[in-house]
Design a protein around this ligand. Structure first.
Ligand code: ADP
Ligand code: MG
Ligand code: ZN
Length: 613
């Protein structure tokens, strides 16, 4: 019955489209990428100033639109309501407002019925797009959908970006690295004429709010080239092929606009290691999109002046293929600013504010260790709000102190700010690592010691030369390395009786080394030159063969545990000895760290060298 088929199909498609429309509408009322979360106090302030145009209240979340852009360029905001007469206040300021209820009878019903319907609809669409997408345009509807995806990708490049390096402070190393890119984009011909190698892709790595986006824009502003800004998440679509098509379109447009910059924010959303974090469905699509990105980056010939900047705060989860030569082969660390950097950032952000005479940038910087550029910008705002509340003519130092307290309370919850006693412990801990390393001859030179909190989890910044680069390491080097790792814990022991949890990562690394020496490298005298630890092959498991993991006796297992422990004890003892013998340098170094937050190798007090093992 050929005639019945299209009749059956049409309503289904209509339903699907309607459902997706509803989904999209629901999503749009939620918080999107152009939305800034602001404190309730700031919302009140904006309301009093008549800057709020409309508002939607859902539960205790308020979102809405402003008549004036926030400092970060957004004019949508969300905030969480503090109990009070909100409706009255909104009415007073003639703000259009509405409320969304969390649960009504119909809402409950819909929340049960909609998801399965949506799911079926999307599944139908996806299978349609897949079938059509592979062979070009495919059926009418599938093709139409694909081109919807594509037209949304029609990015408008920002020309005349109004940001320059003068707007970014406290990240001098990153700026230095990016200067070269600016020069290249200004005069691409000159560079290619001399055959200089210019990196195609640069990865900006650092915690949120440190100015990665700002830096990328500043490069475009300095060079005066168009700026194509995208977000990794934008490429991750339900429909196989759409993300890849968007990448292709983006690069096509960039090629035409050359010289120019492509900026991919949150690269990790798109560039997750393949096969990791198996998410249902989207995997295939992500892989295609990532492959397309890699192909586009490889496909440029040298004369095309398109530089791809990307930002991430989770470099450890990126697919290693992204980091190969010719792709994002250069990483630039955008770290939290030190005290001097914070002064410079404050200078930028407080320029527009009316300050009282007692405001000292130096003092504010001293109060704000661990703050990012974004935190400092926010600090200016909060202080201004406090001053306005007081009815003051200028923002005084007391307002800044009050604002710092507020913000710190928020940051402490996210464990980013250290209390003074913790700072002291951390300073001794870090100085312990440094002094042990400097006292042992032949270890890698210490370049920098810092007690600025690192917000990217236990990442420890991959930017230091990893030892995996080395093919061979001698027993001596491994022992030295263990002693350096133990230096942190040892310094805490020298400082007082108590020890902290701060050494957990060091201990894990040292234990790894010790286990390697005993189990794999035959470096323990008692256990002899035996490879006790045999990697088990997946292959054999797949063949259904049983592979015994441990093929040594209980007695040997016990001996191994003892040997691993012995090496670790020896390393700790060695570190302790070095630090006890250099107590003066340890105290002086820790004090200097507390005062300056970062020290370069030359500023660290010299310990007395020890003899090699
Ligand atoms: P990221 O992209 O690293 O998360 P952003 O570049 O979006 O951070 O920073 C957000 C805002 O914080 C910027 O628009 C700027 O106002 C402020 N800011 C952040 N870092 C700096 C900095 N290093 N110098 C000056 N302002 C900064
Ligand atoms: Mg950003
Ligand atoms: Zn440590």
């Amino acid at each position: 019955m050929p005639a019945a088929k299209p009749q059956n199909k049409l309503p289904l498609w209509l339903i699907t489209v309607a459902l997706i429309g509803a989904g999209v509408a629901a999503l749009m009322t939620n918080q999107g990428p152009g939305t800034t979360a602001i404190p309730y106090s700031q919302f009140e302030q904006l309301l009093n100033d008549g800057k709020v145009t409309n508002v939607v209240v859902a539960g205790d979340t308020i979102s809405g639109t402003l008549s004036q852009k926030l400092p970060d360029g957004n004019d949508h905001f969300t905030t969480v309501q503090v109990p009070g007469d909100l409706a009255g206040a909104l009415e007073k300021h003639h703000v259009q407002f509405s409320a969304v209820t969390g649960s009504s009878a119909i809402g409950t019903l819909l929340s049960w019925v909609l998801p399965p319907l949506l799911f079926v609809g999307i599944w139908l669409l996806a299978s349609r797009a897949m079938g059509g997408g592979r062979g070009g345009m495919g059926g009418g509807f599938g093709g139409g959908l694909l081109s919807i995806g594509r037209s949304r990708a029609k990015l408008v490049a920002e020309t005349d970006v109004p940001v320059t390096f003068a707007d970014v402070a406290g990240v001098d190393e990153a700026k230095d690295e990016l200067h070269e890119i600016v020069d290249f984009l200004k005069k691409p011909d000159e560079f290619t004429r001399l055959g200089a190698h210019i990196p195609r892709g640069i990865l900006l790595v650092g915690p949120p709010g440190t100015g990665k986006t700002l830096l990328a824009r500043a490069v475009a502003g300095e060079a005066g080239v168009p700026f194509f800004a995208t977000n990794g998440a934008e490429f991750v679509e339900m429909f196989v092929g759409v993300g890849a098509a968007r990448v292709r379109d983006l690069f096509e447009q960039a090629r035409k606009a050359s010289p120019c910059i492509i900026f991919i924010d949150e690269l990790d959303a798109l560039g997750r290691a393949r096969g990791a974090g198996g998410q249902m469905g989207g995997q295939d699509e992500k892989e295609q999109t990532l492959n397309q990105l890699l192909a586009e980056m490889d496909g440029f010939d040298r004369s095309v002046a398109v530089v791809i900047l990307a930002a991430t705060n989770r470099p450890e989860i990126l697919d290693p293929a992204l980091m190969r030569a010719g792709r994002f082969d250069r990483q630039v660390l955008v770290d939290r600013p030190d005290k001097k950097g914070r002064v410079e950032i404050l200078r930028i952000h407080l320029k527009k504010l009316t300050l009282a005479n007692d405001v000292k940038l130096d003092e504010i910087a001293a109060l704000t260790p661990g703050f990012t550029g974004a935190d400092l910008a926010n600090l200016g705002n909060e202080a201004a709000v406090l001053a306005t509340r007081r009815g003051a003519v200028a923002i005084a130092m007391a307002d800044f102190v009050g604002a710092v307290e507020r913000i710190v309370a928020g940051l402490e919850k996210r464990s980013r700010i250290l209390i003074p006693r913790e700072r002291r412990t951390v300073a001794y801990h870090e100085m312990g690592h440094a002094l042990v390393a400097m006292a042992i001859p032949g270890t890698d030179p210490v370049q920098k010691v810092s007690i600025i909190p690192r917000g990217i989890g236990a990442l420890g910044y991959t930017m230091q030369r990893p030892t995996e680069d080395r093919f061979l390491m001698s027993r001596q080097e491994l022992e030295d390395k263990m002693a350096v790792l133990m230096g942190g814990r040892a310094a805490e022991m020298v400082l007082g009786d108590d020890v902290s949890t701060g050494a957990s990562d060091d201990l894990a690394k040292a234990t790894d080394i010790s286990r390697g020496m005993v189990l794999r490298f035959g470096m323990d005298a008692a256990l002899g030159p035996v490879a006790w630890d045999t990697e088990q092959g997946n292959f054999l498991q797949q063949q259904g063969m049983f592979w015994q993991r441990r093929h040594y006796s209980e007695q040997t297992a016990h001996d191994i545990d003892v040997a691993v422990r012995t090496h670790l004890d020896a390393a700790l003892e060695r570190a302790l000895e070095i630090l006890r013998g250099n107590r003066v340098a340890l105290d002086a170094g820790a004090e200097a760290l507390l005062a300056h937050e970062t020290l370069s190798g030359d500023d660290i007090p010299r310990p007395t060298p020890v003899k090699a093992l």
